[in-house]
Design a protein around this ligand. Structure first.
Ligand SMILES: Cc1cc2nc3c(=O)[nH]c(=O)nc-3n(C[C@H](O)[C@H](O)[C@H](O)COP(=O)(O)OP(=O)(O)OC[C@H]3O[C@@H](n4cnc5c(N)ncnc54)[C@H](O)[C@@H]3O)c2cc1C
Ligand code: SF4
Ligand code: SF4
Length: 350
């Protein structure tokens, strides 16, 4: 899509990060007649959620991925939003009324004066290789839920990375990188239960011969119709939901299967099972780029390592998943309230 750059309108607000949160802030402000400049460091808008596949089965499973595409088309139709991709902030100075920001786009340096700055710099999926005991990066058939999503998006079907065959048995390990004292992330990432269950539904709809085992600690609800969706997962004979998390994955080179030990909550004893493929439901962490911005803007982090909101009087606002784990729906809601706060700031109400 062609880039939209019209800095002549000035734009009272700079939005850093062109994911669903940044896009929503820009659209909300535009609807209230406030022009803005939206910058994105990557070549295209959408952020992490622009890369998700559709997880519909018999019907839509409300993963919200297509909402992002709609908002991207919408933003390119607005004349009052200047969009700069492959652009980053390299410096900032000023005060609550006027911030002077230096941007870098390739070799070009752009200086902007704005009255408010919104940081919507997002998240990264947790790096699963940090959970050494699960063998990600060592065992070919241990992948992440994000890898499975990409597999479905690009190849259209699930397969084993080692031989390209259809895996008959797939285990999903929940809470990888979240709620885990051993790696220091105690928070719940909010999205990975629903994300994994929607992937299971989409896979089983397409290839019903694939049996799924969902190993979890707790199931985090997501959205209004989640309980109904969960009930449909429980009814499916090809899905086992087991409240137990395995401690380690063992690889059998002869059969190329992965062995897993976990406590069977019904029998109260340790059982061993083999799987063709293991999918790690990775949670979210603050993106590296967002962390760099906290240094530039001298912002502090929350206990969980996300960006803490500075006082509203500063004219700097933080929104979306970089302020704490959120799904797309909640990121949109959060971005709408950030846009409201920006309007209040511009009208001098703080
Ligand atoms: C594995 C995984 C699966 C998920 N599955 C789902 C799901 O099925 N459904 C759902 O609703 N949610 C899901 N989520 C959550 C979803 O990804 C987030 O809600 C959403 O991405 C948050 O949007 P955001 O705009 O806040 O951040 P992001 O999507 O991370 O976007 C931030 C943007 O800011 C840009 N940026 C960063 N720093 C800078 C900088 N300095 N300058 C310019 N640009 C910058 C980034 O390049 C990026 O484009 C999932 C998350 C993970 C980790
Ligand atoms: S499953 Fe997700 S991407 Fe597919 S139609 Fe429903 S909300 Fe859209
Ligand atoms: S959403 Fe589910 S898998 Fe993710 S951290 Fe929370 S409880 Fe664990």
């Amino acid at each position: 899509m062609a880039e939209k750059v019209d800095l002549s309108s000035g734009g009272e607000v700079l939005i850093i990060g062109g994911g669903i949160s940044g896009i929503t802030v820009a659209l909300e402000l535009a609807r209230s007649g406030i022009p803005s400049t939206l910058i994105e460091r990557e070549p295209s808008l959408g952020g992490l959620s622009a890369s998700f596949c559709c997880k519909a089965s018999e019907s839509c499973n409300k993963c919200f991925a297509c909402v992002v595409d709609k908002r991207i088309s919408e933003i390119y139709q607005r004349q009052d939003i200047s969009i700069l991709t492959q652009t980053e902030v390299i410096g900032v100075k000023g005060n609550r009324e006027k911030h002077q920001v230096s941007l870098k786009k390739g070799k070009e340096k752009i200086d902007l004066k704005v009255s408010a700055i919104v940081i919507a710099a997002g998240i990264n999926p947790f790096d699963a290789s940090q959970k050494v005991e699960y063998g990600y990066g060592r065992f070919k058939n241990v992948i992440t839920a994000k890898d499975l999503d990409e597999m479905l998006r690009h190849r259209g079907t699930i397969s084993r990375p080692s031989d390209g065959k259809l895996p008959k048995t797939v285990a999903f390990f929940q809470c990888v990188g979240s709620r885990d004292e051993s790696i220091g992330n105690l928070y719940c990432s909010q999205v990975c239960c629903a994300y994994a269950l929607r992937l299971i539904k989409a896979v089983r709809y397409q290839t019903p011969e694939v049996k799924a085992t969902f190993l979890y600690m707790d199931i985090q609800p997501a959205g209004a119709s989640f309980q109904e969706f969960l009930a449909s997962c429980r009814e499916d004979k090809g899905i086992r939901l087991i409240r137990s998390l395995p401690s380690k994955v063992y690889h059998s080179p002869l059969s190329d299967t992965l062995r897993v030990r976990f406590t069977d909550p019904e029998r109260g004893e340790v059982v061993e099972d083999s799987f063709d493929l293991i999918v790690l439901s990775v949670g979210m962490v603050l993106s590296k780029e967002a962390k760099r911005l906290t240094e530039l803007f001298r912002l502090s982090l929350t206990e969980d390592g996300f960006i803490a909101s500075p006082p509203t009087q500063t004219g700097v606002f933080v929104t979306g998943a970089c302020s704490g784990p959120k799904d797309i729906d909640r990121s949109i809601l959060h971005a709408k309230s950030a846009a409201f706060l920006v309007q209040q700031h511009l009208s001098g109400r703080f």
